[in-house]
Every structure is written in structure tokens, then in C-alpha cells.
Design a protein around this ligand. Sequence first.
Ligand SMILES: CC(C)(COP(=O)(O)OP(=O)(O)OC[C@H]1O[C@@H](n2cnc3c(N)ncnc32)[C@H](O)[C@@H]1OP(=O)(O)O)[C@@H](O)C(=O)NCCC(=O)NCCS
Length: 380
Amino acid sequence: MSTVTSLHAPKGLEGVVATTSSICYIDGDQGVLAYRGYDIHELADHSTFEEVCYLLWFGRLPNADELKQLKQRMAEERKLDASIIYRLQLVPKHVPAMDVLRTLVSTLSYYDPENTKNDHDANVNKAIRLTSQISMLVADYDRIRKGKPTVEPDRSLSHAANFLLMLNGKEPSETAERALDIALILHADHELNASTFAARVTAATLSDMHSAITSAIGTLKGPLHGGANEAVFKILTEIDESGADPVEYVKGMLAQKKKVPGFGHRVYHTEDPRATHLRRMSRDLGESSGNPRWYNYSNKIEQFIKADKKLNANVDFYSASTYHTLGIDVDLFTPIFAVSRVSGWTAHVIEQLDDNRLIRPRADYVGAAYPQKYVSLEQR
Ligand SMILES: CC(C)(COP(=O)(O)OP(=O)(O)OC[C@H]1O[C@@H](n2cnc3c(N)ncnc32)[C@H](O)[C@@H]1OP(=O)(O)O)[C@@H](O)C(=O)NCCC(=O)NCCS
């Protein structure tokens, strides 16, 4: 009997259901995103990133005591081995920030007290540790490359506030803290997106959590995935510097058959529910900072692309102007995506290992007919 159940998988596995999962629900036609059944709009309006982490890792919303304990545990894990800082200092200046993150996250495993363990509880501990450490890595790296001293974590602060403190050297305003907190909630999980799939494939070989997250970071880096937010801001900067009309600029891109980053989605055929919040945040932060032009450029582009190409803005489009207005450098946009998404990646690794089976699909062979006649090297 053939072991192949389905031939001709659609390109890019579009529409293929590759696993069961109880973490993230998406209805691409209705524009619904929910973590463990809770609508993203309610979570963005009422919860915190730490609460969402609890929901993703433990499967339900925490009560007040449970949330307090998780926040304490995450705060206690705000520590990096001195050799990690030393490695950050050795990074050559030309290296992209995502490459630094990918390599350093792998190195974190050397110092993980449960490095050789791969059971459920050890992986929950690693999820907590990695979530705290990745945010520190991004902040410390940014300061080191700018020749600034690193900033000690403040264990009394929220995850979002501590990250902004360690990045900027001063405690953020309440508005900035909440804006980042919401952005972290919105980016925390997204079902079987490319990086999460990569994490699950790695975990399913019974490798380990750090390897799975390293795979995920390498996958997130690409401009068709997390890298799109950086590409969006590069366009906004070019428009700003050249004084070009935003609509004419993207018309020019489309005329050259280029895709406009921040638009389109494999799953959503309507508004990406995360974009709804990011659009509002981008507008509000622009107004409150007295610098609305990044939002204005973005909004003109969005209206044109929606009317002309029937494409909706995705999560990456307004996160670019939002992060910029929060004072974050463009090449940190994708690392900050990882600062949030590590919560979802780790939840998926835990779920995968709780009921594991090696992920090993088949390929539809379209190469030279079998058998080819082998011709010796001398006669070729
Ligand atoms: C997200 C993305 C990879 C989904 O890709 P996909 O499901 O493979 O869809 P396709 O690339 O096949 O796009 C379908 C059609 O819409 C067009 N399209 C999709 N996204 C577009 C964009 N951002 N700009 C212009 N046209 C776009 C394609 O050219 C294609 O048109 P065609 O049928 O005339 O050839 C794609 O929309 C894209 O590349 N977007 C830009 C990058 C981005 O923002 N990524 C972040 C995603 S959260």
C-alpha cells in the first residue's frame, strides 16, 4: 500500500491543515483571531502581555495570584550570563540584528539550567526564561552597538516597560508602555505561520526548545514574514526623504510588479484584526508625539492599495510607523516581533511535545524519470 495519502500539495502548502492545535483560532474570512478562544480585540483592550503569556502557556487566563506569580518568575529570569554580553560586544558592526538574535538565542542554551531536559515542566520554564532573555538580548545589543552602557533590568516593571527601560535608558511613559504592551499582545501568536511551523518541525524531532526557537527566528527574518515591517518603514523613509507623493511612490512599485510590503495575507481575506489596533496606535502616537506624518503617509498608501488592489493592510504595515514613533530603530522591528512571538512559539513547542509525532511529509517528485542510466565520470 502506498504511504502517500495526497499528491500535488498546493504550492506553499496553501490551505493545507497540517496539525491540530488548541492555541490559536483564525477565521480568515471574518477577520477573527483568538488565543485559546479569547478574541484578540478583548485581549488587546483589557489584558497585558504577561496575562497573554499565561494564557498561551497554561491554556487559560490566570487569576490575580497566578498572574502575580508569573510576573515574578518572568522578572526573576531577567538575567543574562556575562559571556552572552561578551559575545554581543564581539559582534561585527555590519551584522543584521536578526542574525545576532538568531545566533545568541542558540547560545542561551549553554547556560540554561535545564538544558538537557525536554519534558513539559522544563519546557514551560524555558518558555518563561527565553521570553525574558530575548527581550534583554535585543535591548542590550542595541545599546552595545551604539557604544552605550547596558541598563540593569528593573524587576518591578512590566515586561514591556522593562524592555523600553533597558533599550532607552529611561522609564517609558504610560502611553509608550501600553502601546508596546498591546503590540506584544497582538504579535504573540498566529496559528501555523511559517516560523511557528518551523519551530514545531524542529521540536518534533525531539531536539530541544532552544533549537526550535532558533529555527523560528531564522524563519521570521524573511521579508515575506516578520521582515516585512522593516521593509515598510524603508519605503516610508524614502517617501519622506525624497518628498515623493506616497500614492505615486507605491504606484511606481506596482508598475514594476513589486509587492508592497505590509499588504496581503495568506489567511485573511478581510482586515487583519491586528492591523485595526496598530492603525489606531500609529495614529494616536503620531498625534500625541506631534509627528503624525508617518501615520499620514501610511494611511494614504493603505487607502490607495485597498481601492486599487483590493488588498488589506496586515500586521506589519502599521507596526512600522508605531515602532518608529516609539523611538525604536528600524532594524529592531523584526527582533521586537520575536520578543513577542517567542511566547507563541514556545506554547506551540510545548503543545507539539505533549502529543508528539515526527513531522515528515513527502514531496511530489517531478525530476528526471527513474531510472536514469548512470554514465561513469570519465565518459560524461
Ligand atoms: C503575505 C504574502 C506573502 C501572502 O502571499 P500569498 O498567499 O502567496 O499570495 P500571493 O503572493 O500569491 O498573492 C496573490 C495576488 O495578490 C498580489 N499581492 C499579494 N500581496 C501583494 C502586495 N503586498 N503588493 C502587491 N500585490 C500583492 C500578488 O501579486 C498576486 O497577484 P496575481 O494573482 O495577479 O499574481 C503576500 O501578500 C506578500 O508578499 N505580502 C507582502 C509581504 C508582507 O507584508 N508579508 C507579511 C505578511 S503578515
